[in-house]
Design a protein around this ligand. Structure first.
Ligand code: PHE
Length: 339
């Protein structure tokens, strides 16, 4: 019997060393250690042993069972470790593969120039103010010294929501909101969308953008206006840039001017871009009309101010040599990718 037990031990160890997967291992465990297993079969024969032999064989059998059990569980642990190692290897991600480069967008030329202008003014101590695009007649016209039936309203026909509420035709309406809510010194610019019932062509659109500027303080003169605009244009277009003021009329400024910049296509000689003028018109400006100050509760005897309104599209078109305004709105990538 002793021999039979040792044979079982030997066989079990040998077979164990060859096993490669958990199912085989389980089959082996049942075959050697199970209720109907080889070891159990031998132990059943112990009844026939003498009293001296029985404890010796019993002890041996127990040791062998314990040894095989231990070897089986060691093997199980080993198989498990191998399996997880294999899995790790198989599922390894090669992070050295080149990734997909994300497509980077960029600013629309209108936004880029808008931000550039904002930066220039912030550098001169201006704040950015905002106002509504849907506006009362009062802010868009009346408070700006354009009473009902004023002939200058004709040049700025717009879209009416009611008799009294309209889509603003100019960012000058923000001047009124700002002066109603703040006391001088005031230094703001106000960029935004404006609307006019114009037909679409190369230089007109019913929706376009303006940047309003307003400065109100004690002792503000035309010289401050010219200096500010000269600085703006030099920063935008380079130090060679010159501006020129022509007398004009706006109901809300007195005196008023239209401001031209030297044509950078021809440098002032006159070409098709400036229609032979040597200068191109960029914006309207002037000293804030005393009535407008008074409408907002600011004493025109104490304070004075200047205002200007520039058309953003025009500035962008001049800056990049774009000859058709519609290109700015069409969102054609072939166009936009050039900036
Ligand atoms: N709001 C005027 C326009 O749209 C421009 C302007 C603004 C003129 C401020 C004078 C002062 O034509």
């Amino acid at each position: 019997m002793k021999q039979a037990l040792e044979k079982i031990e030997l066989a079990a160890r040998e077979e164990l060393s060859r096993i490669a997967d958990p199912a085989e291992l389980e089959a082996l465990r049942i075959r050697f250690l199970g209720k109907k297993g080889e070891l159990t079969a031998i132990l059943k024969q112990m009844a026939g042993l003498s009293a001296e032999e029985r404890p010796v064989i019993g002890q041996l059998a127990n040791r062998i069972r314990a040894d095989i059990e231990e070897a089986v569980s060691e093997k199980a642990a080993q198989l498990k470790a191998e399996a997880s190692e294999r899995k790790l290897k198989e599922e390894r991600i090669d992070v050295t593969l080149p990734g997909k480069a994300p497509k980077l967008g960029k600013l629309h030329p209108m936004d880029a120039v808008m931000r550039e202008i904002e930066d220039i003014f912030i550098g001169m101590g201006f704040d950015i103010a905002e106002g509504p695009e849907v506006e009362y007649d009062y802010y868009n016209f009346e408070a700006l010294n354009l009473p009902p039936d004023h002939p200058a309203r004709d040049t700025q026909d717009t879209f009416y929501i009611t008799d009294n509420i309209l889509l603003r035709t100019q960012t000058s309406s923000v001047q009124i909101h700002v002066m109603e809510n703040r006391k001088p010194p005031i230094r703001i610019i106000s960029p935004g969308r404006v609307y006019r019932s114009d037909a679409v062509d190369a230089t007109h659109s019913p929706i376009f953008h303006q940047i309003e500027g307003l400065v109100v303080d004690k002792g503000i003169t035309m010289a401050n206006l010219v200096g500010t605009l000269d600085m703006l244009m030099k920063r935008l277009y380079g130090d060679e840039c010159r501006i020129r003021l022509r007398p004009h009329h706006f109901p809300f400024t007195e005196p008023s001017a239209e401001v031209d910049v030297l044509c950078f296509n021809c440098g002032g000689k006159g070409c098709s871009m400036c229609k032979g003028e040597g200068y191109v018109e960029l914006l309207g400006a002037g000293m804030v009309h005393p009535k407008v100050l008074a409408n907002c509760g600011i004493d025109p005897e104490v304070y004075s101010g200047f205002a200007f309104g520039l058309g953003l599209e025009r500035i962008v078109m001049r800056k990049y040599g774009i000859n058709d305004m519609r290109l700015l709105y069409e969102n054609d990538l072939r166009f936009l990718e050039q900036f």
